[in-house]
Design a protein around this ligand. Structure first.
Ligand SMILES: Nc1nc2c(ncn2[C@@H]2O[C@H](COP(=O)(O)OP(=O)(O)OP(=O)(O)O)[C@@H](O)[C@H]2O)c(=O)[nH]1
Ligand SMILES: [Mg+2]
Length: 335
């Protein structure tokens, strides 16, 4: 099965036109024409964007469709107003941004589950009743409904998570997400197992949850679009803490950490100012536990890439050091 994670898509909308006002006159038994009784046209339907936790991607948005709402109905005789057009609500994941398609400017950031009025239906026209005056007893005209125009946007999803797992392919990010949360992403011993971000929820206490995002592996040049990296880096833009996941058995962990930080900074230099935890994973593959922990603490002291980062040795697979990591995560995210 081909699986696509769409986190950016064009969106075309057109709210409904207003209904026309009605020209009508009362029919009375002994008079051919009574006074004007044409009602107003209805208002066109609105287009709302509805941020919702029930969707995680923009896959359901049809980029070649124009999302229209109904026009208002024309007014009727006997001063009856036309019906308003029905509204539509387009569901998107929390964290979706709406951009103007021409200027690329962010118009709105959908951070809560509150509906956002993207395109308002146009006003209906006044019926001829409205235009009756002492000097104009029988107006034979009414207003047309106002018209709306089609408008074009881009929806761009930036996941909302407290912590983001960043690492090379195969470092064990998804395995760690499994160890920390109820999420059950696919893991395997080939690179690029994860093709779309996964979110998991870590319950640290009765009332506190930490949302963790596992993104696809990052390789050199990710910030220039190599691998799967670039499009997913935006999902860690909003996290409070970045968790660098490294395989402690790698030939040169310093070079790997350097690569990760470099790609992040190429994408957005401010990401490096974010609090971070450096996680050395797969410590179960090391022979000597004492040696491993000494090595980790001396690395922490010696590496210029640390700048105050917390450092933890873990085995995501064998559940070692996870409690320690959770404590550190909890401390950082509650700041
Ligand atoms: N021995 C050992 N193996 C691990 C550990 N954590 C992960 N692995 C293995 O490493 C491989 C890669 O793990 P994943 O969790 O899929 O790695 P990933 O970082 O999500 O990889 P991508 O999604 O491709 O970027 C799998 O075979 C895991 O079983 C660990 O702590 N110890
Ligand atoms: Mg993965």
């Amino acid at each position: 099965m081909r699986h696509r994670f769409i986190d950016e898509t064009p969106l075309h909308v057109k709210a409904g036109n207003g209904g026309a006002g009605c020209i009508s006159f009362r029919h009375e038994k002994y008079r051919e024409f009574g006074g004007p009784d044409g009602g107003d046209g209805g208002k066109g339907g609105n287009v709302y964007i509805l941020p919702s936790q029930s969707v995680n991607t923009l896959n359901h948005i049809r980029s070649n469709k124009i999302y229209r709402t109904q026009n208002g109905q024309p007014g009727l005789g006997r001063q009856k107003s036309g019906k308003d057009g029905r509204d539509i609500h387009i569901k998107v994941p929390l964290g979706t941004q709406i951009l103007d398609a021409d200027t690329n400017e962010v118009i709105h950031d959908l951070l809560t589950e509150e509906p956002y009025l993207l395109a308002e239906g146009a006003r209906g026209g006044r019926g001829n009743t409205f235009f009756k005056s002492s000097t104009h007893q029988s107006p034979r005209f009414a207003q047309p409904g106002e018209e709306t125009v089609e408008s074009h946007y881009i929806l761009s999803l930036k996941l909302i998570a407290d912590a983001g797992l960043v690492g090379l392919p195969n470092a064990g990010k998804s395995t760690l997400l499994k160890a920390l949360t109820e999420a059950n992403p696919k893991t395997s011993d080939y690179p690029f197992t994860t093709l779309e971000p996964n979110l998991g929820v870590l319950n640290v206490s009765f009332a506190r949850q930490i949302i963790i995002a596992d993104i696809p592996g990052i390789i050199e040049g990710a910030s220039k679009g190599h691998g799967l990296g670039l499009s997913f880096l935006k999902h860690i833009e909003r996290v409070k803490v970045i968790i660098y996941v490294l395989d402690i058995n790698a030939a040169d962990v310093e070079a790997e950490l350097n690569l990760l930080k470099h790609e992040l900074s190429q994408y957005n230099p401010r990401l490096l100012e974010r609090p971070s935890i450096v996680v050395f994973n797969k410590i179960d593959k090391m022979d000597d536990e004492g040696f491993t922990s000494d090595w980790i603490s001396s690395y922490q002291k010696g590496s210029s890439l640390m700048d105050g980062s917390e450092v933890v040795g873990i085995s995501a697979l064998k559940n070692m050091g996870i409690k320690n990591l959770v404590d550190k995560l909890e401390a950082i995210t509650s700041l």
